[in-house]
Design a protein around this ligand. Structure first.
Ligand code: ADP
Length: 443
């Protein structure tokens, strides 16, 4: 995991120093109030600050690039020169685009809509990118972790930007090797576990085996643990694939309302077994009892493009968590949205999640450490996988929660109009006639 926080704090520190330098330069312009003792003290102080900032900028291992309002490079520290292969003299005074060539994993140039150097001037807030690659002057591709922050003047207008870049080639290689190992190991281990699970199921089946009740009790426990192990290997495999982009996905047009209603009906039994109530709401709080079916209500149509199997994985995981981390109460699956977004949520009245855990919840292997979770089994991979899948379709997942009251997990997916959905569905149907299995390229 790369140290985003470190990069963020270095960025903030550097921004303060750069602002101090700019203030110093303005302050020492001819015609300034040189006579004032206070002012000269301040000037001395700022000069000291500048010396300090020079020491930092020349000494640190992170590349620092300062751009002005016209996107021209005004500062280029030695680490930036080392990473990009451009000398300081060559880089100063020219547009960043001549020096910073960002490419994706396939070696294609970044589109301007994804390029943090473009985005920062458009959006006016810091842009982080941990998956960027840079093509150096000699053509070598370097893995980068990058933060580009805007510099705002007194009237909150963008007066420039500061980029902090770190060469993470070694870390990314190690991460890829780790993922490869986990992926191979879990794949290999899944096969014998599946065989054990199968034989245990046969041993527990009255029609093929006769066992006494004590043996049944032991085998039941063994079966449960094997299922848990099988799920762990499956999750490990899925998370490794999600990380290196090998997760298969066949996005098609999905009417999220119908999809969620069907899924709620399939999932509700696990919750009802625990005495919980399950409900499904569409639009502005219109509630449909999961048992009543959906034919009595006129619903808006919420279309999106996603792989239904992958989305089923996400919702099943959120629903299972809602059941797992609640003693009793109610689970609401809800759907709403506007013309751009389809939003759905899974709300429970369970244990809730402490505020300090929420920022880490979607990271790999993260589990809240308290007496509840210690007794409830889990891998800490479900939410990580869910986030990866949602992001695959340009969506966002987040949680709002209060300890003792419950949690609501939200997912936003890009919405497509009914007209566009009909067009895409026609294309899908035409493709199905040509090929037995179809995939719809996401637009
Ligand atoms: P797992 O459930 O296998 O531990 P997840 O990635 O699905 O892994 O969830 C991560 C952690 O988030 C859980 O360990 C739990 O502490 C917390 N969590 C997830 N969903 C809920 C929920 N609905 N209510 C309370 N805590 C939750």
């Amino acid at each position: 995991m790369f140290s985003n926080n470190l990069i963020a704090s270095v960025s903030v520190g550097l921004i303060i120093l750069v602002v101090a330098i700019i203030a110093f330069l303005k302050f020492t312009k001819p015609g300034g109030s040189k006579q004032s003792t206070n002012a000269s003290k301040l000037a001395g102080k700022l000069r000291d600050e500048r010396v300090k900032s020079d020491i930092i900028l020349n000494g640190i291992d992170d590349g620092v690039i300062l751009l002005d309002e016209g996107q021209t490079i005004q500062l280029f520290n030695p680490a930036a020169a080392k990473i990009t292969g451009w000398t300081i003299e060559e880089a100063l005074g020219i547009n960043w685009a001549a020096v910073i060539k960002l490419v994706n994993d396939k070696g294609q140039d970044y589109e301007s809509t994804l390029n943090p150097f473009h985005l920062v001037y458009e959006q006016g807030h810091a842009i982080h990118d941990n998956n960027a690659n840079l093509q150096s002057k000699s053509g070598k591709v370097i893995s980068l972790s990058l933060t580009v922050s805007p510099l705002l003047d007194n009237s909150q207008q963008i007066s420039g930007a500061i980029a902090v870049l770190r060469d993470v080639t070694k870390e990314r290689k190690e991460e890829a090797q780790r993922a490869e190992f986990i992926s191979t190991a879990s794949h290999e281990m899944r096969t014998p576990v599946a065989a054990i699970e199968g034989y245990l199921a046969l041993a527990l089946n009255d029609r093929v085996s006769s066992i006494d009740s004590r043996a049944r009790g032991y085998l039941d426990k063994a079966h449960e643990s094997t299922q848990h192990l099988g799920k762990l290997f499956q999750d490990l495999l899925t998370s490794a694939k999600a990380e290196d982009g090998r997760l298969t996905s066949h996005p098609v047009v999905v009417e999220v309302g119908e999809f969620l209603q069907g899924l709620t009906n399939d999932l509700k039994f696990a919750a009802e077994k625990k005495g919980m109530i399950v409900e499904f709401t569409v639009g502005n709080g219109l509630t449909v009892d999961a048992r009543a079916g959906d034919n009595k209500v006129v619903k808006p149509l919420y279309y999106s493009v996603a792989d239904p199997d992958r989305m089923r994985e996400v919702i099943t995981n959120l629903f299972d968590n809602a059941v797992k981390y609640s003693e009793k109460g109610r689970i609401t699956i809800g759907l709403t949205g506007d013309d751009k977004v389809v939003q759905f949520f899974i709300k429970d009245t369970g244990h809730g999640i402490p505020a300090e855990d929420i920022p880490h919840l979607f990271q790999k292997f993260y589990r809240v450490d308290n007496s509840n979770t210690r007794t409830i089994g889990g891998t800490g991979l479900g939410l990580f996988i869910s986030r990866k899948i949602v992001e695959l379709y340009g969506g966002r997942i987040w949680v709002e929660s209060e300890v003792g009251k419950g949690s609501t997990f939200y997912i936003n997916l890009p919405r497509i109009s009914t007209q566009k959905a009909e067009e895409l569905k026609k294309n899908e149907a035409a493709e199905t006639q040509l090929k037995p299995i179809t995939t719809l390229t996401q637009t």
